[in-house]
Design a protein around this ligand. Structure first.
Ligand code: NIG
Ligand code: FE
Length: 411
């Protein structure tokens, strides 16, 4: 089955290289004006300028009529599988309580964990499907999903089983991450190493044997897991073939980035707080920083200093952090908009960070993240807009008209 998309106003992110885009290169978004695109059997087959359209046997022709085509968003950090919500905590924060005060009183992540432990796998799956279906219509075409709201081996495995079912049901690439250290449950209040034993000696071998995770994660933060816990988790993950993708520098700088780099983590995520020494460590590594501006917006904490990262010649990816506590939205269009408005990223930088660099942050940059021959036909067509800068500009209305995953229109 071969489909031609003709008269594309701009075919954006046309890029053969699968390398992450770094530093000054982020300001360049390669595109073809007045383009055509041909897809075949779910893959990108050909593209170019309308003037150069070759004679091709075509099964279907879609006239894009002056609209823009962009490769799908690659959202490399989500907690899409969760139970219930934390709207009460949101209201408490409006009234003046802090995220930390709520967590210290036994709310926060622990609240989500208790709810999740009492929710069936079937119900978790149903709500996760609903969220994922919505995200796909918002242009997401590849996604990472974490465990971490289980906090017992059984409940962590239940979460990862839900992710495995999603992987088998959906055509978009899904990566799963075992978030081995998210918070300390009450039952282990004074026994952090006992908790880590349960996660690393009981849960991890089962998870690895059943290939339920692609990566390992930890919340490296004051009051959660320190640098030595982080190193232990990353080291145990490595023994089972799982690279690290870690939560770090959200509220405090405690040396987690250096530890992540030392253990060859694939990504370091959050980085709302960042010191020069963190940037020095990142410059010596292939670890990619991932910013989560939806979390900064929702918790009213600083935004990741993208300009400092880019000025050091480093790459940066943007992801949603979709979760019930710190960012109950997985809308990547909004994430791109926040990055432009609050992190001073220009639209070209933000789009690079949310496509090819997001793909790199999931190690699927040879499959998705740009328009290139042989890559998956995962992309969206916009409504009639004057330029791709309208994606971040239109922060509360969707500019997306139609989404395609593996060449199939999402209805
Ligand atoms: O990435 N920071 C740690 N974990 C999640 C949110 C956890 C929660 O509040 O439920 C995050 O922000
Ligand atoms: Fe997160």
């Amino acid at each position: 089955m071969r489909t031609l998309f003709s008269h594309i106003k701009q075919l954006i992110q046309v890029r053969d290289s699968t390398a992450p885009v770094s530093g000054g290169d982020l300001a360049h978004l390669p595109l073809i004006e007045n383009a055509y695109l041909v897809i075949e059997d779910g893959l990108i087959f050909d593209f170019g300028k309308m003037d150069d359209l070759p004679e091709l046997a075509i099964d279907e022709h879609i006239d894009v009529a002056g609209r823009i085509i962009c490769p799908s968003w690659c959202d490399s950090h989500t907690h899409l599988v969760y139970a219930g919500n934390r709207v009460n905590e949101y209201v408490d924060r409006i009234k003046g309580k802090s995220y930390k005060e709520i967590a210290d009183a036994g709310g926060g992540i622990l609240n989500s964990a208790i709810l999740l432990q009492h929710t069936s796998e079937e119900d978790l799956l149903t709500s996760a499907r609903t969220r994922l279906n919505e995200l796909i219509k918002l242009g997401t075409g590849a996604i990472e999903i974490k465990s971490g709201y289980g906090l017992t081996p059984e409940a962590e495995i239940k979460m990862l089983e839900v992710i495995a079912i999603l992987k088998s049901e959906y055509d978009l690439p899904i990566k799963s991450t075992f978030l081995a250290g998210h918070a300390l449950p009450i039952t282990y209040k004074n026994d952090k190493s006992g908790f880590l034993d349960s996660m690393l000696q009981d849960a991890l071998p089962q998870i690895a044997d059943r290939k339920l995770a692609d990566y390992i994660d930890v919340f490296c933060e004051e009051g959660y897991f320190d640098v030595s816990d982080t190193e232990r988790i990353l080291e145990e993950g490595r023994k089972h073939g799982l690279k690290g993708k870690i939560h770090v520098n959200q509220f405090n700088v405690i040396g987690g980035i250096e530890a992540a780099v030392k253990h060859n983590a694939l990504t370091v995520d959050h980085l709302e707080e960042l010191e020069e020494s963190d940037l020095d460590a990142l410059q010596r590594s292939t670890t990619i920083p991932v910013a989560l501006p939806g979390c900064s917006h929702f918790l009213k904490i600083p935004y990741t200093p993208a300009r400092k990262i880019i000025d050091r010649g480093l790459p940066i990816a943007l992801a949603s952090d979709f979760n019930p506590g710190s960012c109950p939205s997985g809308n990547m269009n909004f994430v791109v908009g926040l990055a432009c408005t609050h992190m001073h990223m220009i639209p070209e930088e933000a789009i690079n960070a949310a496509t090819i660099n997001g793909a790199y942050a999931m190690e699927i940059n040879n499959e998705v993240g740009s328009i290139a021959r042989g890559k998956k036909a995962n992309f969206f067509i916009t409504k009639p807009i004057s330029s791709y800068a309208e994606i971040p500009y239109s922060f509360s209305t969707s500019v997306i008209d139609t989404c395609f995953i593996d060449g199939n229109e999402i209805i």
